[in-house]
Design a protein around this ligand. Structure first.
Ligand SMILES: Cc1cc2nc3c(=O)[nH]c(=O)nc-3n(C[C@H](O)[C@H](O)[C@H](O)COP(=O)(O)O)c2cc1C
Length: 528
């Protein structure tokens, strides 16, 4: 299979469109395709002499690189036409190349076509064409009528696949790679599907989705020029203001009113982004009281936005500080991650964990056995037996499997007549040991249960999240390693209250966990 790419962008290797073409080739497995950079090729305009039809049939009298290009065009099985949209059409140098294909046609009028035409000189019906183009407007819709018509008319609609993408300039913005790479993934998939027969309807629909909603894109596009619009101040906006304005454009309102302050320490500039239910606005003076303030070198925040360094890691290494409401930072991706197509949330809850599944068997035996050994043993067995039912809904965690085994053993022990005054403190001790082990493992125990609220398993790469959870797990282990001491005495003095006292301790620990999870990262982010 011979694939030829015609790079029709005057920007050559810097072309936005070529990023799509390369992703397409990659998906199709045609990485070795030859590319003709039209910008560099010496192609004179067609002189309209028709010599290639009458004097030297099939051969152009103009001596330049086009004769070699024609040979390649004839030899190709797939031709990928990659170009930017210029004035709703193709760039002039590419139009030159298209015009110079006249030797490939015969002079006589073709039969059949309603509006006329010239038949091809050679049978090239095996060839398939892919037209890939980016444009500068927010959508491709309505802007490619001329291009679509031209390629369909020349090569036949059934022989042409099309990928038209608006917001093309965003492909060169490193800060937006998160979104543009998702699009390129879809283009890659389109390539694979095309190689296997044809681009599927689902992929086609995804490719037609704008990268960002119109208002988000247009705000970013306007800000990118770094020049004042009519009616705005004559002062040239600087790079940090443009950057902050583009970041603000990505904001997805959630109904709350906030003031987000950026203090760029290395360039001594401060801006506030007023976040309102209607959108975001950047101000450079007349500041309001901030809700959240980020004190960071501009270079650091830009690197984070470009995905060159992780925001979480930079925070952990104290490369920037956050003051005020830290809740905004916890929801950063949701609020500023752009508005690309949302992946549907899987209906199946199995990706989520639930700490009740871990605690239920233990609580059953703790409370039951303190009241009556038989009741405790039976309650423990029932709780353990019902855990697999919860695993149909929630994702199992290794510590739940350990709990099932441990509580099953303890329940059997009390049912077989073991002294409950020994078994119960042992149950607390075992629970504490499990948490102690959980504080030492690569992923601390509580992390499995709090990750869902912090972006899922991605949170395991977040050092601050892991540290917070390691401290919490250690705190739980400490509580339960000392619990056997008072449990032993309570079992002798007031056995019926043992379960109650310890349940209150567990509940208090739960409250502490919820508070600590918020408080500790915020304290770390403030730097003191
Ligand atoms: C001379 C010129 C004309 C353009 N005309 C249009 C146009 O009609 N519609 C549009 O949406 N974008 C237009 N654009 C924007 C480009 O299509 C867009 O920037 C594209 O992503 C550039 O792709 P490239 O990097 O592959 O060259 C034009 C750009 C230039 C320089």
């Amino acid at each position: 299979m011979k694939t030829l790419v015609i790079n029709g962008s005057p920007k050559g290797g810097q072309s936005n469109t070529m990023k799509l073409a390369l992703a397409f080739l990659d998906g199709a497995g045609w990485g070795d395709a030859e590319t003709i950079a039209v910008a560099d090729a010496k192609i004179e305009p067609c002189s309209g002499c028709f010599s290639c039809w009458n004097k030297t049939p099939g051969i152009c009298v103009v001596r330049d690189e086009m004769s070699e290009i024609l040979t390649k065009l004839i030899a190709a099985d797939v031709i990928i036409w990659a170009f930017p949209l210029y004035y709703f059409s193709v760039p002039s140098k590419l139009k030159n190349l298209i015009d110079r294909q006249l030797p490939l046609n015969l002079p006589f009028m073709a039969e059949g076509n309603e509006s006329g035409g010239h038949p091809p000189r050679r049978n090239l019906s095996r060839q398939r064409h892919v037209v890939i183009s980016t444009c500068g407007f927010w959508t491709a819709k309505g802007n490619y009528d001329a291009v679509t018509f031209m390629f369909n008319r020349y090569y036949g609609e059934e022989n042409c696949a099309r990928i038209f993408c608006g917001q093309g300039e965003l492909f060169r913005v490193p800060e937006l790679r998160g979104r543009t790479n998702t699009y390129l993934e879809t283009v890659r998939r389109a390539g694979a599907e095309f190689a296997a027969g044809g681009i599927g309807a689902e992929t086609d629909a995804e490719l037609a989705e704008p990268l960002y909603p119109r208002e988000v894109f247009e705000k970013m596009a306007d800000a990118s020029w770094n020049i004042p619009k009519d009616g705005e101040s004559e002062n040239q906006p600087d790079e940090s203001l443009t950057f902050t304005t583009q970041m603000a454009a990505l904001y997805r309102p959630d109904g709350a009113e906030r003031v987000l302050e950026f203090c760029y320490t290395d360039i001594d500039k401060t801006y506030q982004i007023l976040l309102t239910p209607r959108g975001a606005e950047v101000i450079a003076d007349n500041f309001k009281r901030y809700t959240t303030k980020i004190k960071t070198p501009f270079s650091v925040w830009r690197s984070i936005s470009r995905g060159e360094i992780s925001g979480q890691d930079a925070l952990f290494r104290r490369q920037y500080k956050v003051f005020g409401d830290f809740g905004l930072m916890m929801r950063w991706d949701e609020l500023f991650g752009g508005s690309g197509p949302q992946k549907p949330v899987p209906k199946n809850l199995r990706c989520k964990t639930n700490m009740a599944v871990l605690l239920a068997p233990w609580i059953a035996i703790w409370i039951g056995a303190a009241i009556n050994p038989i009741a405790g043993g039976v309650a423990g067995i029932i709780a353990v037996a019902s855990v697999p039912l919860f695993w149909l809904v929630f994702s199992p965690v290794i510590f739940e499997r350990i709990s099932v085994a441990a509580v099953a053993g303890l329940s059997l022990a009390v049912l077989l007549g073991a002294d409950v005054r020994v078994v119960l403190p042992a149950a607390y001790g075992l629970f504490g040991l499990m948490w102690f082990a959980g504080a030492l493992t690569k992923t601390p125990l509580t992390a499995y249960y709090s990750a869902a609220g912090y972006g899922g398993e991605k949170a395991f790469e977040n050092s601050l999240f892991m540290r917070t959870n390691r401290i919490l797990t250690a705190a739980w282990s400490l509580l339960y390693l000392v619990t056997p001491i008072w449990t032993y005495f309570l079992m002798n003095a007031a056995p019926a209250y043992t379960g109650l006292v310890n349940a209150v301790c567990t509940a208090l620990m739960g409250v502490f966990t919820v508070w600590f999870q918020k408080w500790y990262p915020a304290r770390w982010a403030r730097g003191y």
